[in-house]
Design a protein around this ligand. Structure first.
Ligand SMILES: *Cc1c(COP(=O)(O)O)cnc(C)c1O
Length: 368
């Protein structure tokens, strides 16, 4: 993490301090308000629960510090992605999305956007580098892609997309703003599922959109208010608490993932391992240039479905669940969702367990 990100991570732990009065709680109050005292509208800080409540505004302050940009929060990652797409697309617009990215984004585009006259074009993450973006309104990308972990050069793609007249939206969920900063690399909007590492405890869904273009962000904000996709106060409070430890959790998770990826890659039962931090990985050079850390996700193949399922069920320190970025190491066979991967392909999300007991448990399960 660079010095500026470290400063922002420190600031976020104290972002409410200046506003505290003697006797105020240090922890963030949960404000479950639908209505506010409103003798007159002019000058009111809060009007109605769909317009804004203090509990989500506090999370947005944290996120704005991390992104170094204004942020609008949402009740899930998909709500944030929907807002970014609704804010940037219209009838007849061409949308480029990754064929190998988060599958719900593809389904949303095909099931709801295409019937409204959006031309949805799916391309492989590896194809972004050379793809002709002519005629596109929005170039949407995800890097590293989930679950294949291919990496796109965000700055290069942004330059070419802008030259073609398109806006660039980056799904930064797998990295978080501490590890990758798409806005600094030229993206117009960042979308992210804070359900994953930022909230971090596998107990809440949340998302946000970040951007520095005031007009675009006003549309994102309007979409939230008009569609009603607003976060709840308790969920916002959970996310606020999670984000306070994001930096320290990421440090452990990324360090462990680097060691585990190296050891897994050397194991005879493992094939086609992907981790952007391995010097042997196809994405290493660009990852090193554009990421402040290599993340906590590892993709690899075991021989077949049975072998992969056995590994996952026999390792006591891997929870079998979908999703990633939680405190617990988790893993799943992505083919069970129809991802275009080998039947024995596992996506592993390394958690905060101490490294050696975690690896020892994985090694026993691999060798069984
Ligand atoms: C999980 C995820 C989402 C969706 O987030 P939800 O909070 O589940 O709606 C979007 N993009 C990526 C890359 C994800 O991993």
């Amino acid at each position: 993490m660079d010095k500026a990100s470290q400063t922002r991570a420190a600031q976020l732990l104290h972002h409410r301090s200046a506003g505290l009065k003697k006797g105020d709680p240090i922890s963030l109050p949960i404000v479950p308000a639908a209505t506010f005292h409103l003798p007159e509208v002019a000058g009111a800080s809060h009007i109605y629960g769909r317009n804004g409540i203090t509990t989500w505004e506090a999370v947005e302050e944290q996120l704005a510090l991390l992104e170094n940009a204004p942020c609008v929060s949402f009740p899930s990652g998909m709500a944030a992605i929907s807002a970014a797409l609704m804010a940037t697309l219209k009838v007849g617009a061409k949308l480029i999305i990754p064929a190998d990215g988060y599958y719900v984004t593809r389904v949303l585009s095909e099931v709801f956007l295409a019937p409204f006259g959006v031309e949805v074009v799916q391309i492989g993450t590896a194809e972004y580098a050379a793809y002709d973006f002519s005629g596109a309104a929005v170039v949407y990308l995800e890097t590293p892609s989930n679950p294949g972990l291919d990496v796109v050069d965000i700055a290069a793609v942004s330059t070419r997309a802008h030259a073609a007249g398109a806006l660039v939206i980056v799904d930064n969920t797998t990295m978080t703003p501490l590890l990758q900063r798409p806005l600094d690399l030229g993206a117009d909007l960042v979308v992210a599922a804070d359900t994953k590492a930022p909230a971090g405890h596998s107990d809440v869904l949340f998302g946000h959109v970040a951007g520095r273009d005031a007009g675009l962000m006003a549309r994102v904000r309007d979409w939230r208010r008009l569609s009603g996709a607003v976060p709840g106060p308790f969920e916002a409070w959970q996310v606020h608490r999670g984000i306070e430890t994001l930096e320290v959790r990421l440090e452990r998770m990324c360090a462990s993932a680097g060691v585990i990826a190296t050891r897994l890659a050397a194991h005879r039962a493992v094939a086609n391992l992907r981790y952007p931090g391995l010097a042997s990985d196809a994405s290493y050079a660009i990852s090193k240039a554009q990421m402040a850390g290599f993340g906590f996700l590892i993709g690899f193949e075991l021989l077949d479905e049975a072998r992969a399922e056995r590994f996952l069920s026999e390792c006591p320190y891997i929870v079998q669940s979908t999703s990633f970025g939680g405190t617990h190491t988790s893993g799943e066979r992505r083919a069970r969702w129809g991802d275009k991967v080998a039947p024995g392909f596992i996506r592993l999300s390394v958690g905060i367990e101490p490294l050696e007991p975690l690896w020892a448990a994985m090694e026993v399960a691999l060798n069984s």
